[in-house]
Design a protein around this ligand. Structure first.
Ligand code: GLY
Ligand code: MN
Ligand code: MN
Length: 413
């Protein structure tokens, strides 16, 4: 069973918090279904991972039922039955035992065969069930807990379905000390990746070679994997916001945009930098770069407890608007960051412990220039800390770091 490096006690306290927030309503968090794919790995729903630390148990579920007369059964983890034939294909799975209970810090673990009976019993007692999973958009199948609750309502009269969809986003938004420790490790691994990527930059270099160096750097520094598909776009490719082909050669004077992050212990970094492939910005490139950096810094300064994403967005956008490039800054200023690279948004104001990205950009398709700069910012009681400031940011720092990285790269050959 793939587990998080965070201690089981912390997961137990997260589950207790959910139990309290449900105020007596029954809640259900499902890991999701699907067999392990041949490419990539099957992965549990992020809310399930956040509450259990378990990544790889498809079909698993977590039931919250304050009405259960047995205090040990107020939070129950359900795992699919073991199957020796399937396990031969996908890996051997743990038996339910005292060892597993203590490893996971969960007193009550059952097989999913008991889930329908337990959910129905809980709903019949509590008469209230509450949706923790985000609602699906209409046109898509209902979210997994709502789908179950609707069926329960068909067989148990008088059960009300409530909305608790903000409980987990609000909890996940504020990071604990141990989550922040993983996020700092992710930021450090990302810094190593960007440093190795700078080392291979030269006119004509292929985007793929930069990506390889970048991701080798992540891995060298202990990352599990890239947090999302790395974007390495040279010249006009940098104006494509989610460019990920990464298979073209750079030109002589291109700016190469890298938007990438390492994942460590289940937590993501998400950083963007823009490099002159030659090692030196042209005058025009430097002017645009400085403008985006100014917008980034203004956005970062607006991050503080009580502020909103809108405040941060306005601070950065004003600068780009005033310089006449407002129409090219076509995306939002940022998002929460954590287990997911796009952690769930909440209506909550910024508060200490939240981590968000700030990522203004200018995209000039006619000139083949795209510049976005993105840092990961922790909200603190005093204001903010930039978790990714070690990755060179100013035009001078970038040029100097590129010289050092290339020298190091030539020497090691
Ligand atoms: N790399 C995705 C984003 O910056 O949101
Ligand atoms: Mn990004
Ligand atoms: Mn981002």
């Amino acid at each position: 069973m793939l587990r998080s490096p965070i201690k089981s006690e912390e997961f137990a306290s997260r589950r207790n918090k959910v139990l309290k927030a449900l105020k007596g309503a029954v809640g259900l968090v499902m890991a999701g279904n699907g067999a392990p794919p041949l490419r990539g790995a099957w992965e549990a729903n992020s809310d399930f991972f956040y509450l259990t630390g378990i990544r790889d148990e498809h079909g698993a579920a977590l039931l919250f039922d304050k009405s259960n007369p047995d205090p040990k059964r107020r939070v129950v983890l359900f795992l699919r039955p073991t199957d020796p034939e399937l396990d031969q294909w996908d890996g051997f799975r743990a038996q339910i035992s005292g060892t597993l209970r203590s490893q996971l810090g969960i007193e009550s673990i059952m097989r999913t065969t008991y889930l329908p009976r337990m959910v129905t019993g809980a709903a019949a007692r509590a008469k209230r069930v509450a949706c923790l999973h985000q609602f699906a958009n209409y046109g898509s199948p209902a979210s997994p807990d709502l789908a179950v609750f609707r069926r329960v309502c068909e067989t148990v009269p008088g059960v009300a379905i409530e909305d608790a969809t903000n409980v987990l986003p609000s909890m996940r938004a504020v990071k604990s000390r141990s989550e922040l420790a993983q996020m700092r490790l992710a930021a450090a691994a990302t810094a190593e990746g960007f440093s190795q990527a700078m080392g291979v930059m030269k006119p004509g270099v292929c985007e793929r070679d930069i990506q390889r160096a970048l991701e080798r750097g992540f891995e060298d520094a202990g990352a599990t994997r890239p947090a999302y598909n790395s974007i390495v776009g040279a010249g006009g490719n940098a104006t494509v916001l989610h460019y990920m082909r990464n298979d073209e050669q750079s030109g002589e004077n291109d700016i190469v945009l890298i938007d990438a992050g390492a994942e460590v212990g289940g937590y993501c970094a998400d950083v963007t930098r823009a490099y002159p492939v030659s090692g030196k910005f042209t005058k025009e490139q430097r002017k645009l770069y400085d403008l985006v950096l100014q917008a980034l810094d203004a956005g970062i300064r607006a991050v503080k407890p009580g502020a909103t994403f809108m405040d941060v967005d306005r601070a950065a956008r004003d600068i780009i608007d005033k310089a006449g490039y407002g129409d090219t800054f076509v995306h939002g200023i940022g998002h929460h960051l954590g287990v997911d690279v796009h952690d769930p948004q909440t209506p909550d104001k910024l508060a200490p412990g939240m981590v968000l990205t700030v990522e203004p950009g200018i995209y000039l398709q006619d000139k083949g220039i795209g510049i976005r700069l993105e840092d990961d910012i922790l909200v603190t009681a005093q204001g903010r800390t930039n978790l990714t400031k070690a990755i060179p940011r100013t035009a001078d720092e970038v040029e100097a770091a590129m010289r050092t990285a290339r020298r190091r790269n030539t020497r090691s050959k």
